[in-house]
Design a protein around this ligand. Sequence first.
Ligand code: S3P
Length: 435
Amino acid sequence: MKFCVQPGGSLTGRIRVPGDKSMSHRSVMLGALAEGQTQVSGFLEGEDALATVAAFRAMGVKIEGPDNGKLFIEGVGLNGLVAPEHALDMGNSGTSMRLLAGLLAGQEFTATLTGDESLCKRPMGRVISPLERMGAVIASEPEGRPPLIIYGQGTLRGIHYDLPMASAQVKSCVLLAGMYAEGRTSVTEPAPTRDHTERMLRGFGYNVERRNGVISLEGGGSLKGSTIDIPADVSSAAFFLVGASISPGSDLTLEHVGMNPTRIGVLNILGLMGADIQVLNEREVGGEPVADLRVRHAPLKGIQIPEEEVPLAIDEFPALFIAAACAEGRTVLTGAEELRVKESDRIASMAEGLTTLGIQNQVRPDGIVIEGGTLGGGAVSTYHDHRIAMSFAIAGLRASSPIDVLDCDHVTTSFPGFAVLASKAGLLLHEAADA
Ligand code: S3P
C-alpha cells in the first residue's frame, strides 16, 4: 500500500491520536505479571502493542480486548507464566523484544523471541550483554541478532549496569529482569530517557528508586493489578505538530497528549524553531502529565538541535526533518547515532527521501545537516518504516507537486487509522495499491 499525497491543504479542527505505544506495551507486561486484574483504557490497537498482547496470551495470560482501547488483563503474578508452545513473534516491535527478553530471562522455561525481517536485523547484543552478566543464558544469531533463545534460569543476580547508550529499552529490560534477581539491580544512563517503566512499576506498587542518577530496585517483590488510562502518543502527535506548523492556515488541537518530560523533546525543538504551540488544560492522569496542544502555522527557522534534547525526541526526528526542510536556513543534528538502528536507518532513509524531494542535506555518522528549501514532489521509499512513511505524508502539506510514499503498510504498527485521521484534519491523502 502507498500514500498518494496531493500538494497543499492545511490542518484544522480537534483530533485525538491513538494511545502511547511505550505505555501500551508496559501496561500489558506489568498487568500480566501482576496479582489481580488490570484494566487499561486508551490502549494502542497497533500491531506492535498487539504483538505484546499475543505473546502474553501464548504464555497463559487471559486478556480480553482490546475493544475501543479497553483491555482487561487477569494477572498471573510474577511467577505465573507458562512456557509458550511456539516462538513468540514480536513482528516489527523492538520494544516488545527487548523488554520481554528481560522478563523471560527470569522465568523457569525456555522461550524463543523472533520478529519480521526488519526486527531480525536490529541489534540485541545491547540487552544480551547485561542479561548475561545477571546470569541469563541466551542464544542468538551472529552479532546478537534475533531470533533469541532465552533459557530461563529461574533466578538471576542483581547487577549495577552503566548503560553505554541512551536507551529506554535497555534500561527497562535490565530493571524488569531485576524483579527476578537476587539483591539489588541498578542502572545509570548517559542521558535521561523515557521513564514509563519506572513510573508504571511504581503505579503497580513496585518500589523503584532514583537517587543521584542511579535507578534501582530490589528483586523478589510483587506487582498489584491496577487501572491505567493511556494518553495519546506524543510521537504520533508529532506528525500533526509539524504538519500544522508548516502549512499556512492551520489551526489544530490535539487532545489528551502525553506530556511526560522525558518525551517532549519534539515540543522543545519545534519551540526553538519558532513553532506556535500552546499547551492547554495541563493535568495529571494516572501518574503521567497530559495536555491538549493547539498548534498553528508559523514560519520556522533552522537551528542547531541541542544534544540533550536528542533522547527526548528520538522517535520524532523523521517528522522534525520535514520541519527542518521547510524552515528558513540550516538545521544541524548531532549526537543522534541511535537513529541508525531504529525500524530503518532513519538518517539514511530520510536523507534519501529529502534528496528526492529537492532538499539539500548532508549525512553525518551521528546526524544530518538539512538546508531549508522548497519541497518538490516525487516517489519516496520508506524502507518499511512507519515513521518515515508518516513524515513524508505530512511533507505533502508544503510540497509543490504530488508525493507518492511507497510501502506504507507498517504505519499500522504504531498508528492505525492514520490516513483517515490525517484526511479528516485536512491532509490531501489517499491510499492506493503499490505498483
Ligand atoms: C522505546 C524506546 C526507544 C524508542 C522506541 C520505544 C520504549 O528505543 O525509540 O520507539 O518504549 O522504551 P531505544 O530504547 O532503543 O532508544
